[in-house]
Structure formats: C-alpha cells, structure tokens
Ligand binder design. Structure first.
Ligand SMILES: [Zn+2]
Length: 392
C-alpha cells in the first residue's frame, strides 16, 4: 500500500495541477476548484497514518479526460492485481460514467470493469456488461470468451456453446474439442433425467463437433448397450481405439463385455492381434494375454507375457498379470513368494492414481473430463505407466 501511495503522489499532484491549469485557461482565467488543496489534504491523511483516506482522495483528484484515460486504466488494473477490487471497480465505473467517453475508449473501460466483476465473483453483473460490449462492436472475441467462461461456471452449456461458436475461429480443433465437451455435458444431463433420445442427439452432436471426442464415443457406446444394440456399441467403442490410444484402458474392458455377451472371442482376439502388430501398449498386451487365457491357452499367455516383460521391464501391470498366471501353476501352499509379491503390487497400484492430467499432473482415481486442478478440458487421461522407475 505505502509504495503505491508514494507512486501516486506525483501522479495525483501533476494531474491535479495540470487539470486545474487547463480549466483556468478554458474558463478565461477563472480557476474552478483547487486540486492542489486536495493534494495537501491527502498528504495530511498520509502524515496522520490514514493511507486509505489519502488513496481515495488521490483517486478523486485524478480528473478524467482524453489525456488521463490511460492513467485511470493503469491504476484500475493495478488495484485489481493487488486484490483491491472495490477500488478498481470505482475507477472503472467512474470512467464509464463520463458521457464524452465513447468508442473504443469506453469499450476498453467496460472490458476492464468486467474483469473486476469476474475477479469479485459478480458473474451476473459481468454477464450484462460483456453483452453490452458485444453490442459496441469492439472486443468481440474477449467479451465472447468471457461470456463462454461465465456460462461454463454456471453450467449453462447451451449458452456456453452459443458464445463459443460466436468467437471461435473456424477449424480451431482445440476450441471445437471444448465445445464437444459442452455437448457431452448436455447429453449426460439428459441421460440422468431419463431423456435417452435427447442424450443420443447431444452425444451425436458432440461427435460431429469433434470427430476425436472419446467422451462422445463412450457415451454413444454406453447408450447403445443400454438399448441392447451391441453392434452399435461395438462400433462406438472400437472408434475410441483410433481416436486416442491412451483411452485403451477405458475402451477394452467395454469391448470385453460385448464379446463376452456375444461369444465372439475369436473376433476379439483377431482385433487385438491386429492392433498389437501396430501398437505395443501395455493395456493391449494385457488384454491380448487375457483373451488367450479365456480361449484356454493359459500357458501360451504366460509365455507371451514373459516375452512382453522383456520389452516393458518396469511395468507393474504386466508383471501382475504374469504372476497371476505363474501362481495358478503352483500347487496351493507350495510357494508363497508370488502371493506376497502380488499383494505388494496390488497395494501399490491401489494407492496410485488411475488417471492423470497431462497439463498440470493432477492425479485421481476418477476420470474427470474437466481437470479440477487446472480446469482444462480433456486433459485427464488413464495412467498406466506405473513402474518401479516411477516409484523411486
Ligand atoms: Zn490439470
């Protein structure tokens, strides 16, 4: 506070003197008001250790005109950054109240006031102001983006989609991906209310907005399972494998479930085998080995996992599946070592996060489509690389 006051002193003094001087000239020598008097009064507040009163007086001393707008904007922004939002609001409201402030200058002051309101959590006031800014024709992108942020916080997904579509550049896939999440939010809300047809339409819209939306594919697959349409569900879950291979741990158990119900184990094994040739992901190797066990080839599965461990020596997930098969070969009570090691691995993996944000590192046991840490959409993904290396 004190440093700012000392910085303000010469500013307030110079501006007060200058505006007084200009008024004197404008009014043919008759001087109106005595800014220097206010300056001395403010100085007295300071000397009497009343910095708040001094500061308020100096703010009043600063006259608004074309030459001092930037000073006001600078001061307002400075107060907001220091957390003194009420003062920032006063300065910006004071600017906007000037009838001669027009065009871009007025829109700039409104934009700054909107930031003050957002900072203070006054979302309804910010919402009205940003809509007014849109009408001025200035700062369309900034105002639209802030409105999108407000509606996102209020979970008004339709309005968030509307303003996002208004300001997003065509072909910006990152922005489209966020909008697809809004559609998915609408789909999940409809699903929770038992409106399956609306949920399906919103999820379809999400996929049309972002063809790489894993969330939309999962939703459409789950809806199809719910409706007993396993062929449709399979199509949607298989799409996830092409969209983002990091989501294999989400898609594969669902495909397992479908092939288990339809008895198409050979088809599943063929798909996994084809994918395994293109991709050496741990989750895929585990599911391939499990499909071998399911089809009665446990020994081949054990040998397959042993070879896979040579390529992924630090994967606890692979080691766990291998030890389970190894354990099944041992007569009960003959050797307790695999049991103890398995318990240790299980305990470690149970404590480790199952999902991790690629942006901020937030880890959790649940899949959040919007990261609770950094609020980015689609950054939390399955984490399957727990290893001895990471645990050190
Ligand atoms: Zn994050």
């Amino acid at each position: 506070m004190d440093i700012l006051l000392w910085l303000l002193l010469p500013v307030a003094a110079a501006t007060g003197w200058w505006s007084g001087h200009r008024q004197t000239r404008r009014q043919g020598g008759e001087k109106k008001g005595h800014p220097e008097g206010g300056y001395i009064k403010g100085l007295n507040f300071l000397l009497n250790e009343q910095p708040d009163k001094a500061l308020d007086l100096f703010i009043d001393l600063l006259e608004v005109d074309d030459e001092t707008i930037d000073t006001h904007l600078l001061l307002g922004g400075l107060f907001r950054k220091r957390g003194e939002v009420e003062r920032a609001i006063r300065i910006h409201q004071n600017l906007i109240a000037r009838p001669y402030l027009r065009g871009q200058d007025r829109a700039t002051a409104m934009l700054e006031l909107g930031k003050d309101y957002m900072h203070a959590g006054l979302l309804d006031r910010a919402e009205g102001l940003y809509k007014e800014i849109l009408e001025t024709g200035y700062y369309k992108i900034e105002a639209g983006r802030q409105l999108q942020r407000i509606y996102e916080q209020e979970k008004d997904w339709k309005a968030a989609i509307e303003y996002s579509s208004l300001v997003d550049a065509k072909g910006d896939s990152g922005r489209a991906a966020v909008r697809a999440h809004y559609w998915c939010e609408l789909a999940e809300k409809a699903l929770a209310q038992g409106r399956d047809r609306a949920a399906y339409a919103h999820a379809k819209q999400a996929l049309a907005t972002d063809p790489n939306s894993v969330r939309a594919s999962l939703l459409l697959g789950d809806l199809a399972v719910h409706n007993g349409n396993l062929k449709e569900a399979e199509k949607n879950y298989l799409r996830i494998l092409r969209q983002d291979e990091k989501f294999l741990p989400e898609a594969l158990p669902k495909l397992d479930g479908i092939y288990r119900q339809t008895g198409q184990w050979r088809t599943y094994k063929k798909i996994l085998g084809k994918m395994r040739d293109e991709n050496n992901k741990i989750e895929l190797l585990i599911h391939y080995a499990r499909s071998m066990v399911e089809s009665g080839a446990a020994e081949e599965a054990r040998e397959f996992l042993l070879r896979a461990l040579e390529d992924h020596k630090d994967s606890l997930y692979l080691l766990r599946d291998y030890l389970r098969l190894e354990q099944s070969k041992i007569a009960p009570g003959a050797n307790k070592t695999p049991d103890i090691v398995l318990q240790m691995i299980d305990s470690y993996l149970t404590r480790s996060p199952t999902f991790c944000c690629e942006n901020c590192g937030f880890g959790s046991k649940n899949l959040y489509w919007q990261c609770p840490g950094c609020h980015q959409w689609g950054m939390v993904k399955p984490a399957r690389d727990h290893s001895f290396k990471r645990s050190k």
